[in-house]
Write a protein that binds this ligand. Structure first.
Ligand code: UD1
Length: 426
């Protein structure tokens, strides 16, 4: 098991570089298995979710090499082995193997993780899409069994009742190999969806309209190898920008596409954070101690990202005034709140509304990262706090942040990743 020990109060200064997007990588890797020759993806983050996917690919007899953020995936000798349990259940994004296997083979068995720390995370829209394409889907003891009974998929029209990133990508994967044309209406518009479609199109797919709410996919018979540079992680960028705004003495965040986080940057400007946006980087001016609280409501892209709600909370706590925060995508994404209370924050959660007032001086405490983005928020809170914070659940953070301890240490933070023996903890 892993935990972070963070001594707060250090000012941060210098430069930090964002890695490739986690939410792209976890879909690009399953997408690559649809090819019949090697796929090369550049800019892949070194995160635990990616390492787990590599193990799953190996179980499918796919050849993988991963060096210096470049992944070469050779599915030439892939076998569609049923995977009702085991490693495939270790990450939620395994659901992308459903669309990829269904598209490539017309069948597959994929075990999926059960409950999740963000509250309910249904998959009904993914399954509705697969069924509309002609697949039979059954859930047997937590494993999804998908088949077209040898008939293959047929293009269709799918309307997503809720804007869903996962369902949009999964249906796009499957439909790439369907007979005829598929139209996804009310599709999600996240930059990661464009990234996945770009790789699929390089592999031979015919997808149009990504980045709008109507995606049109003309099915193709074969897909081949390709090379692709993936986009940077807008959530990692937002996390480090929030840290820089709270604690920075002048920080440049590199490898950022500013238009991917426009709503986040707008909220920071509303708070009074001064930033210079350049082509590929953002410079965050030193915190002048004059920041004002703002209200935040999350929304599908291009609205304020749910994934940045928890990382921005400590910055809001450092500002003056009272405000509230509402996550309309995952209303139960509030597990950071009691941990921040332990650190002395004036923050509360009631009926899925988070209210807070400040400025707060946080104090180091023993806290737990229940999930990835709650953990990122707690790392920032711990760096802002007086004294030492013991942050358990570091594994949840390493799932999605590439070498976060090394990157923040280089800015001047006092953060250490410590291994411990679980049996010694009550
Ligand atoms: C993805 C991201 C995650 C982000 C989330 C919302 C990945 C790997 N993860 O998750 O980081 O927080 O988008 O931006 O890319 N819903 C349904 N039925 C479904 C699917 C979703 O009702 O079948 C609902 C969800 O409960 C949620 C909303 O749709 O309220 C959006 O979820 P979705 O976009 O699907 O999230 P994920 O793709 O799982």
């Amino acid at each position: 098991m892993e935990k972070f020990i963070i001594k707060g109060g250090n000012p941060l200064k210098g430069e930090i570089t964002v890695s490739g997007a986690k939410n792209s990588a976890v879909a690009l890797i399953p997408a690559a298995i649809m090819a019949d020759s090697p796929v090369v993806i550049e800019g892949v983050p070194e995160i635990d979710d990616v390492f787990a996917l590599i193990e799953i690919l190996k179980d499918f007899n796919v050849d993988v090499a991963f060096n210096d953020h470049v992944m070469r995936i050779d599915p030439t000798n892939m076998k569609n082995i049923p995977m009702p349990d085991g490693k495939i259940q270790s990450l939620r994004a395994s659901y992308y193997f459903m669309g990829a296997l269904l598209g490539k083979y017309g069948e597959g068995v994929v075990g999926l993780p059960g409950g999740c720390n963000l509250g309910p995370r249904p998959m009904d829209l993914h399954l509705k899409g697969f069924e509309a394409l002609g697949a039979e889907v059954s859930n047997e003891l937590g494993a999804m069994h998908l088949t077209t009974n040898g008939k293959g998929l047929t293009g269709t029209e799918v309307y997503l009742d809720v804007v869903s990133v996962g369902a949009t990508i999964n249906i796009m994967l499957a439909a790439s190999r369907a007979k005829g044309t598929t139209v996804i209406e009310n599709a999600a518009r996240e930059p990661e969806i464009i990234d996945i479609a770009m790789l699929l199109n390089k592999m031979g797919a015919k997808i149009k309209g990504v980045g709008t709410s109507t995606i049109r996919i003309e099915g193709v018979d074969t897909m081949h190898g390709a090379s692709h540079q993936q986009i940077p992680d807008r959530i990692e960028a937002g996390t480090y920008i929030a840290a820089a705004a709270a604690l920075g003495q002048g920080i440049t965040v590199h490898n950022v596409i500013a238009e991917h986080i426009e709503s986040f940057l707008a909220k920071l400007r509303e708070m009074g954070v001064k930033m210079d946006v350049n082509d590929d980087s953002i410079y965050i001016h030193p915190n002048d101690g004059q920041l004002k609280v703002v209200d935040i409501k999350t929304a599908p892209y291009p609205g304020f990202a749910t994934d940045l709600q928890q990382p921005i909370t400590p910055l809001l706590l450092s500002a003056t005034g009272s405000g509230h925060l509402e996550d309309t995508i995952y209303p139960k994404r509030v597990k950071h709140v009691p941990e921040l209370v332990r650190m002395g924050a004036n923050i509360a959660e009631n009926n899925d509304q988070i209210t807070f007032s400040g400025p707060n001086q946080l104090t180091g405490a023993t806290v737990t990262a229940s999930d990835l983005r709650a953990g990122a928020g707690l790392v920032i809170a711990a760096m802002m706090a007086e004294g030492e914070t013991e942050l358990y659940g570091a594994g949840n953070i390493l799932r999605g942040y590439d070498h976060i301890d090394e990157k923040l240490s280089a800015l001047g933070a006092d953060i250490q990743l410590v291994q411990y023996d679980d049996s010694t903890v009550n």
